[in-house]
Design a protein around this ligand. Sequence first.
Ligand SMILES: CC(C)(COP(=O)(O)OP(=O)(O)OC[C@H]1O[C@@H](n2cnc3c(N)ncnc32)[C@H](O)[C@@H]1OP(=O)(O)O)[C@@H](O)C(=O)NCCC(=O)NCCS
Length: 196
Amino acid sequence: MQNAGLGVTCATPHRVEVMTDQAHAAHSELPGKPTAASRTTLSHIMTAGDTNLYGTVHGGVIMKLADDAAGAVAGRHSEGPAVTASMDEMVFLEPVRVGDLVHVKAQVNWTGRTSMEVGVRVLAERWNESTPATQVGSAYLVFTAIDEGGKPRSVPPVVPETDQDRRRYQEAQIRRTHRLARRRAIKDLRAARPAG
Ligand SMILES: CC(C)(COP(=O)(O)OP(=O)(O)OC[C@H]1O[C@@H](n2cnc3c(N)ncnc32)[C@H](O)[C@@H]1OP(=O)(O)O)[C@@H](O)C(=O)NCCC(=O)NCCS
């Protein structure tokens, strides 16, 4: 999947660490930015070209929209290029149909030193009806801000402003801890096994 400088999951090994709010704050000398400053919604009408063999919308189409919206948020928050480092917990709750107007709502949930977790909620409504939109999916993506040489660069700490934003921040920290712990455990297991 490719889009404006963004893309799909690319895995890289990392140390396990538990980021506290204090440790995180010490990681960046950049001024904080509120969640609302980069929150973005991307809307798109689904057409026949978006379908899978069952006639509903292909999951990959929704994943690309999620990556696009999250990439826009990451770029806005970090004020420069940011690449998709990982995408996880992509959940499809309901099938999406041709003629659905899909809204992908994205915001920065958490920031590390050079990475950001972006939370995405996907909603759908009929394009020509006034019925309320329903949630059809969600995902969490990690973006890493990069410099001209493709090396990670510091990002401004996100400043959650509402109770919901603060809850999302805390939940994102838990996911971060688990992502790193899982990677470390698998790396250690592989290192302990004979090659082959
Ligand atoms: C993402 C990328 C820049 C990380 O580079 P790196 O040299 O491994 O950098 P680091 O190990 O210092 O990691 C940088 C940050 O990214 C985070 N990160 C890197 N890979 C990650 C992964 N798979 N999942 C979650 N976070 C990840 C690290 O935790 C770190 O965050 P922090 O600074 O907030 O603590 C590099 O792997 C890359 O360029 N990947 C390709 C990205 C791309 O092209 N995406 C499009 C689709 S392929």
